[in-house]
Design a protein. Structure first.
Length: 333
């Protein structure tokens, strides 16, 4: 009986953390529905002929669903990238994945000006996959044990891709649109314009199915092979899930910086590196983080609105610096 006590205690703690994350998410969801320029009250749901009801159905509820899907999927994408690259500071924002998706949107806008959203999304997915796997090739050629070097290479690679996208956009007078895609904002989300985000649910489910394999891959190639895991196949699958998810989110709402970096790291500090164990809480924490940033952006300069990407960038930058300093701090026995 005593041998099972640590396991029971661990499960109880996971349940408490999951309940706490769900509680914060529920509160933030309610605030997201009823905070904004249009005065909306809970009883507006029962008054279908009012402007408040239409605001809820057309804008607020779709916006809430988009926030939940984007936040949870980007956080899970960060977990996967950190596991398959074995680096805490790798995420879609620090590996060139976001910038590659933006480049794809620019190219799709030029090549397919009258194409629907799905066509632009497919081009963005293709460039996001290409950029992510190119970063992986760069990563395999880096011979250093310093964990800070890898994200720095990713940031430089992303800066190069971003510069290429900006140059092409400038040539075709699309710079304002580039700013829209590089700063995540949910103010444009309306019913009929966010539905492609439902595609990220498939990535979330696939991530959970392969969660145990991602954990094994995070222990190294030799260890994974000894356990019968096809290392390269799982790494490629994980990067594909992260890249496709990132491209979908960027196309629909824009980039949300640092989300896939700070949320998985904070959760891992509490729960460790078991992906199957941390994945549900990471998804809830990611959704909650985006919801909180969205509410802050709506109230800090009411009735004007600050984009979620701006709020998340400020908070994420501070947390990122704290994580770096924590990783660089000398450990005392």
């Amino acid at each position: 009986m005593t041998a099972r006590t640590p396991l029971v205690s661990s499960r109880a703690r996971d349940a408490r953390l999951l309940a706490a994350a769900a509680g914060v998410l529920a509160v933030a969801s309610v605030l997201s529905l009823f905070v904004g320029v249009v005065n909306v009250a809970p009883w507006s749901l029962f008054q279908p002929d009012t402007d408040a009801y239409r605001a809820l159905v057309i804008a607020r509820i779709p916006r809430l669903l988009a926030l939940l899907l984007a936040g949870s999927s980007m956080a899970v994408a960060g977990v996967i990238m950190q596991q398959v690259t074995r680096n805490r500071f790798v995420s879609p924002s620090t590996a060139g994945t976001v910038e590659s998706a933006v480049l794809g949107i620019v190219l799709a806008t030029i090549w397919l000006p009258g194409a629907p959203l799905m066509a632009r999304m497919l081009v963005a997915i293709a460039t996001s996959l290409l950029g992510t796997f190119l970063f992986l090739q760069l990563l395999r050629r880096i011979r250093t044990a310093d964990s800070i070097v890898v994200p720095l290479v990713g940031l430089m690679f992303g800066a190069v891709v971003s510069a290429i996208a900006a140059f092409i956009a400038y040539h075709y007078d699309l710079l304002q649109l580039v700013d829209t895609w590089t700063t995540g904002s949910f103010s444009r989300v309306l019913r009929g314009r966010y539905e492609p985000l439902y595609a990220v649910v498939a990535g979330l489910l696939l991530a959970y199915v392969y969660a145990a394999r991602f954990t094994v891959v995070g222990m190294g190639e030799r260890f994974a092979v000894n356990l019968g895991v096809h290392y390269r196949r799982i790494v490629n699958l994980g990067l594909a899930i992260a890249a496709i998810t990132t491209a979908i989110v960027v196309v629909v709402v824009g980039a949300i910086p640092f989300l896939g970096l700070i949320v998985p790291n904070v959760v891992a500090m509490w729960l460790g590196d078991n992906v199957r164990r941390t994945l549900p809480i990471t998804a809830l924490a990611g959704a909650g983080f985006v919801l909180v940033c969205d509410v802050i952006g709506r109230v800090i300069r009411h009735p004007y609105e600050i984009a979620v990407g701006t709020i998340a960038g400020v908070i994420g930058c501070v947390v990122f610096l704290v994580l770096i300093l924590r990783a660089r701090a000398p450990r005392t026995s």
